[in-house]
Design a protein around this ligand. Structure first.
Ligand SMILES: *[C@@H]1O[C@H](CO)[C@@H](O)[C@H](O)[C@H]1NC(C)=O
Ligand SMILES: *[C@@H]1O[C@H](CO)[C@@H](O)[C@H](O)[C@H]1NC(C)=O
Ligand SMILES: *[C@@H]1O[C@H](CO)[C@@H](O)[C@H](O)[C@H]1NC(C)=O
Ligand SMILES: *[C@@H]1O[C@H](CO)[C@@H](O)[C@H](O)[C@H]1NC(C)=O
Length: 176
């Protein structure tokens, strides 16, 4: 008991620092793959205006359309055709035939999707506004000279790791 295993003990401090360092190691910005309609999928009984309204779509996110491949499809159209449910001149036909289509949102703009085959009139239409992601918080200096992605990657990891190892060593010394 003299050594104490509570939160004030060196070993607990070291553990806390390690956990903190591991949190820092998780890449801060990652693209989101949105399953359209969440667990309802791309279907005729979902209001996609409501589904999309509390979501922030960032450049390089993905949309994942899951649906009945025998009935629906995924067509990207312009604003006019989205509003009128016109599917005869899609900008892009994302339908692959598997009922599982992935659309990269790789441009900051408005995207409009509908299902043809009459389903758009029943509400199968989705508009998403894609914006640039917020700049990542700078937590560790990144070596300006390191050009390759892997060195940037490593640069973010080295500092927390050094701190964590230092704290662990201190704890070890205090403990014994
Ligand atoms: C959308 O495309 C249709 C043709 O499919 C065209 O008539 C219409 O003007 C276009 N609307 C916009 C906003 O570009
Ligand atoms: C979209 O592509 C799929 C698969 O190639 C095809 O079966 C379908 O007819 C196309 N739909 C339209 C509206 O072009
Ligand atoms: C976005 O993705 C589409 C489909 O994969 C591709 O054709 C297009 O070139 C991409 N645009 C940019 C700006 O990367
Ligand atoms: C979806 O909900 C919005 C907001 O409540 C409403 O304005 C819109 O008409 C609905 N769309 C459909 C297809 O029911």
């Amino acid at each position: 008991m003299e050594r104490g295993n509570g939160f004030g003990s060196p070993i607990m401090v070291a553990v806390a620092v390690l956990v903190f360092a591991m949190v820092l190691m998780v890449p801060e910005v990652s693209a989101t793959r949105w399953t359209v309609g969440s667990n309802m999928g791309w279907a005729s009984n979902v209001n996609y205006t409501i589904w999309a309204q509390d979501k922030q779509f960032y450049k390089d996110d993905w949309l994942f359309f899951v649906y009945d491949r025998n009935q629906m499809d995924v067509l990207e159209v312009n604003k006019t055709d989205y509003e009128l449910c016109k599917s005869d001149h899609p900008l892009h036909n994302w339908t692959t035939g598997a009922g599982r289509d992935v659309v990269p949102l790789n441009v900051t703009r408005d995207y409009y999707f509908i299902s043809g085959k009459g389903f758009c009139y029943g509400g199968m239409k989705l508009a998403v506004h894609v914006v640039n992601p917020p700049p990542p918080p700078t937590i560790a200096p990144i070596n300006e000279k390191s050009g390759s992605p892997s060195s940037v990657f490593r640069g973010q990891y080295v500092l927390p790791t050094v701190f964590a190892l230092g704290a662990l060593w201190d704890a070890f010394v205090w403990f014994w």
